[in-house]
Design a protein. Structure first.
Length: 142
């Protein structure tokens, strides 16, 4: 991109103007709670058979794929299946990598002025759907 345009890569990224008439909603969850949710989600993935799923996909050529083999969870399980780490280490690395990914996503979306942020605490009070719907309704009537 730099060679072709003479501009840095970030200069060619889409700007803040929406292509479509949309409402973008972000849910702000406190980091300790988000980290706990990520750990719980990874544990559930393992309990639901992620290792067996990856083993079956590996037999069908997963390692030769360009993207799926690098997906969070798949990459770590493949490493365990190859003997590069234990299954427990793969699970722990999946948690760490997912937390890093969540931080990068949060950083990316925080810079986007189109995102309307709602408190994750509203989720615990059962108010999150109502608050999100209110944002959408306001946008439709505007």
């Amino acid at each position: 991109m730099i060679e072709i345009t003479g501009k840095p890569f970030t200069a060619n990224l889409p700007g803040p103007d929406s292509v479509y008439d949309t409402v973008q909603i972000g849910v702000d969850v406190a980091r300790p709670e988000l980290d706990e949710r990520i750990t719980t989600r990874v544990d559930r993935m393992w309990e639901a058979g992620l290792v067996d799923e990856v083993r079956a996909l590996e037999a069908r050529g997963l390692r030769e794929g360009r993207t799926a083999a690098r997906a969070l969870g798949y990459q770590q399980v493949l490493a365990a299946l190859a003997g590069e780490c234990t299954e427990d280490e793969a699970r722990a690395e999946t948690v760490r990598a997912t937390k890093r990914f969540a931080r990068r996503q949060d950083s990316w979306f925080r810079r986007d002025p189109r995102v309307h942020w709602l408190s994750g605490a509203a989720d615990h009070r059962g108010e999150l759907p109502r608050e999100a719907l209110s944002l959408v309704e306001r946008a439709v009537t505007a």
